[in-house]
Structure formats: C-alpha cells, structure tokens
Write a new protein. Sequence first.
Length: 357
Amino acid sequence: MRRIKCCCLVALLFAALGCSHARYSVANLPPEFHAPHHISARHVDLSKMTRNSVPTEWLQPGDTIEVSIVTGVEEGATPKWNLLVDNNGTIDVPLVGPAKVSGLTPTMAADRIRDTSIQKGIYIDPKVMVSIEEKRTFQISVVGAVNEPATYEIPASNCDLLTAITMAKGVSDEASRYIEIKHSPTTLSDLAKTAPVTGPDGVALASFQSGTPPAMVNLDLGQLESQPPGALQLYDGSVVNVMREPKRMVSVIGLVTKPGQIDMPDGEDLMLMDAIAQAGGTTLSIADKVHVIRTLPGQAAPAVIEASISDAMSGGPDNMRLAQGDIIRVEETPSTIALQTIRSFFRVGFSAAVPGI
C-alpha cells in the first residue's frame, strides 16, 4: 500500500512539473507562495483578549435587588420587595413607581429611590436600603477542542470569551486558533430591546457591544488585536466552538530512505530538513537538489520551488518552512546517477565473483 501511494505521488509530481511554468528559488519566492507561520490556540497568549466586565456592585438589567423603605410610621415589620431590573434598567418600586437604577451601586440606587419618593411627595424623609439579591447569569455552552466541554453559568457582568474558555479548563492539545461563536436568536431579539451597559454616570461602556451583534462570529486568535470592542462578548445561550486542528501532512519522495507521507506537528512549523530527516534521510550523501511542489488553495497550477540541502544544512534560507500538502522530492542529478552507476557496477561485479551470490 505504501509503495502504491509513493507511485501515485511520483505520478502527481511529474504531472505538476510538466504543466507548470511557475519555478522559483527560495530566495525569489513570491510572498503569496510563502508557507504561513502556523499558530494554534495553545501558542496564543489568551490574556491579551479584550475583557468585557463591569464591577459586580453595578446594577444591570436582569439583576434582582431587595428594596426596603423605612418611614418611621410602620406598624410591624419593615416591608421588603424583591424587584427585577427590567431591560430598560428600571425597577418598579411599590408606591414610589419606576426608578432608573442601571449602572448604579446599591447605595446610589437607594439614594435615587429616596429622592424620587420625596419629589413625588410620597414620603418626607424615608430611609431606603437596597441590596443585591441575585446577579443575572448567562448559560454559555463551550464545545469543541477544550478540556472540559459543558454548559456553564457565568455572571452577565463578566461574560466574555476568556471567561468561558477558563471555565472549560482551557483549550486542549488539538485546538486550532479558530473559534466560532453562535448567539441565540431569542437573545439577539431581546438585546435589541435592552438598554446598553452603563456606569454610574449613565454613559454606555465602550468595551461592550453597541447594538445587536451578528448571529455568528468567526474569530482568529492569531489576530486578537484587530478584534473590535465587544466582539468577544457572550450572551445568554451563546455557544463557543473551539475548532479542532485539521490533520496536516506533507509527502517526501525521491532519494530518501523512507518515502511517504509525514504528519506535521500540531501547532508548530515543519522545516524542510526536518521532513527529510523524518523520511530517513537521503539515500546518497551527495544528494543536494530538492524540489518542493506547492499548490495554493483555489489554484490548479502549482509552484515548483528549488532548494539545496547543503544550503539548508548550513543554516541558509533553503531550510524553508513547509505548508500543508507540500510534495518534497529529493532529485536525481548527474552526480547521483553516476554514483548509483558505480555502486551498481561494483555490486554486480562482486556478486559475480563470489559463488552463491
């Protein structure tokens, strides 16, 4: 089977060489044919992700707070109410009416309720107390190449991609640098009706998404610095899918000991001499000429890149970075053919001179 695969590779190689006119040395290789530096999620500093968080004491839509009002004329226990901050950042306080509390601390919210009640002539000098009963949480599913895929409950005030990946105990060894985020259609509909996240001054926070985000976000962890504010923000029902690294291979044929396909290391680059070494090295020590056949995605005609083993071994640029799907052929030259002929001559001559061989 391995011999058949190698024969197929040789046929493919000659077909490529025969129909292509794009031939380069490593030194004059156009930028579009350079193999990209391979980055996986394990090699990315995730701490550089933009964070989307607000202090936990700032009230936001979806939080439940406890409100009590002491006027001094109560008979019995002081009345207390558990009130939900609605999508507009407002609570409806019994007798007092609506009060905007989004972005305020409990103390500031108590002062606002007190001032509102006095302005409306409901109370003269009430003592208002506000405490956080329950912060809003989001259900976030983390799947794919993470160590502990599951659905996690994350505080809405600190719900971003880094928090979700941290909850899932980080990315696994097979994680790629690409992440897909899907937002719930129901949540997106609700977001369109929800007031933006604000601080005590009432100004919307720049680090949070303004408006309704797209239903799907595709991220490249290798380009975190280019992500706009809010791109890494998660919402109730969001699904984070850390994509797995696809298997990458190159083929090494020609004057090597073990021709065939070689797996490229996960999350790392593979250099020309490393690939030849994994193929058992060259069969002839004087072999030097190498052709690397590289085809760009979407293009039928490959490029033929000529490299020198001696240059690569001396630390020169010919020890090039390889790309997925490359075919590396250690070529025959007049020198290697001459050496093989001499070896065959002496082998045949020696065998004929010794009976039984």
